[in-house]
Design a protein. Sequence first.
Length: 499
Amino acid sequence: MDALTRVVTLGDSQARIVDIRADLGVGDAELRVHGLNSTVSRETRDRVRAAIRNSGLSWPDGVVHLTASTAHPRSDVDLAAAAAALLVTGAVPVRRLTATALIGELGLDGTVRPVPDLRSRAIAAADTGFTHLVVPAANVAEASDVPGLSIIPVACLDDLVSWLRGGPTPALRPRSGEEESSTPPWAREAWAQLAPTAVRAAAVAAAGGHHTLHVAAPGTPVLLLPRLIRTLMADLTDTAALEVSTWHFLAGEPLPDNAAPTRPPGASLHPGDTVAAVAGSLSRPGLLTLAHHGVLTVEDVPEFSARTIEALRPALENGTIGITAAAGAESRPAGARMVFTARDCLCRCVRTEDCRCTPQQRARYLARIPLWLLDRTDLFLRQVTVAEPDPSLPSLESLRDTVARARQRAHYRWGAAPEPGAEISYTKAVADLPATAVRELDDAIRAGRISTRTATQCLRLAWTRADLDDRRHPDIADIWLTLSHRTGMLGMLRNPAPR
């Protein structure tokens, strides 16, 4: 007797259908799994056999052979494998399996564990023609709105057997402690302690896709700024959420609770990270790709090796990263807003008054940041928090709305929402400026006082600020202010003031 079940898996960044075939042979009562990764075959065999026995179902006399149509390297085939084994032995009828796909990993006790990136699998199942999809109960929210597909949530193998035998669709079982917290990302008191310049810089970065350098005094919490930027960014679109979850799944790092992401991702680079960890390989995405559509924090940037910092260059310039190996080459997205952090001394003290570094030592330390990286950074920040609450700060909710409206205006003007690495030409950047401002910029470029590249960067930043302020366009004062701030920060890095 032969039986067939199907599972929707994810590999090579695409969902695909894997057939699980079962056959009952003569021999001792055992289960043999073929066609999967060797480790997965062994673990699947043990889990499926234990789950069936611990669910009170009898194991048949004879050898059950399970074969997968592809050498799938993951454990999300357990539920389909168990259904095939039960089907071939006559424990369940075939009627409800004819247009059904099954996804889930089994525990030894028969529980069904959640799997990552279920939504993209559900979409693939619907596109393939399946009418029913059996999923772990913990994942049901991810696929409940996929059109043309009936979702069957199962918390344990018993639920699946009952449904296959003609029972009703299993009801969802509440899981304790998993309700989403209603706590806002920033308590009112914590929000009031943020410096207005930091809040403004975070809004500009979130709205315009700009990169930021935070040169922090001793004791400054350097991770507040990237957290603030992520807080102000809008929720991911369905397309972006699918892309983010796919790359995390391929990296073997599914998102928390295996849920479909709604918020922009975040990742951090540290001086000890290798180039392979940063850029990735053909078989595994790197941190640059995992932070795509989100925020990437590069902590203690003066401590990085030149080779590792150089790996960031293509992502800063065009929002992609190229992977080249003997097996081939591939270009991957790396469009994260980057926040570079650097202490302004090297003695690692926790209070400014304890610092004993001379201005020359601090200058040499900060000079480790390459000029090409500074040239591709738009925002420079020193202070994130203040000792006394600032009453002039807007509310978090109103600022998020302001950022969203600014992105809509930019989308209307540029034809796409501004993202890191997106190229905007000088001609396009000056298209809607007053003629007097354009003439002044052109004269400065011809005289060599400013390069076209720097002018374009300053224009893009000025446009973002104008969008946040709900102005039709920036004026020439905005552009020169941006340039002077940029020049002043570069001067400070090369000649730090005494303590």
